[in-house]
Design a protein around this ligand. Structure first.
Ligand SMILES: [Zn+2]
Length: 66
């Protein structure tokens, strides 16, 4: 696993507490959590999406539906 905002490797027990904006799904991730690659991020007035060239797209709509 990689930190979606810094791209650093997440070690067990070392996971950071995300900011309020992150928990609410307002801030898009910048790195893929599966491979640590920098993703292409697009922010729109009604949400955002981020795309990894290997692992596909993550978007704010999917998070809101949880
Ligand atoms: Zn990836």
């Amino acid at each position: 696993m990689f930190d979606p905002f810094t791209g650093e490797t997440i070690v067990d027990g070392a996971c950071r507490t995300p900011s309020a904006a992150v928990r609410l799904g307002l801030e898009p991730p910048r790195f893929c959590t599966q491979c640590g690659r920098r993703m292409i991020v697009q922010v729109a007035p009604d949400g955002w999406w981020a795309r990894c060239s290997r692992h596909g797209t993550v978007d704010s709509f999917a998070i809101e539906q949880r």
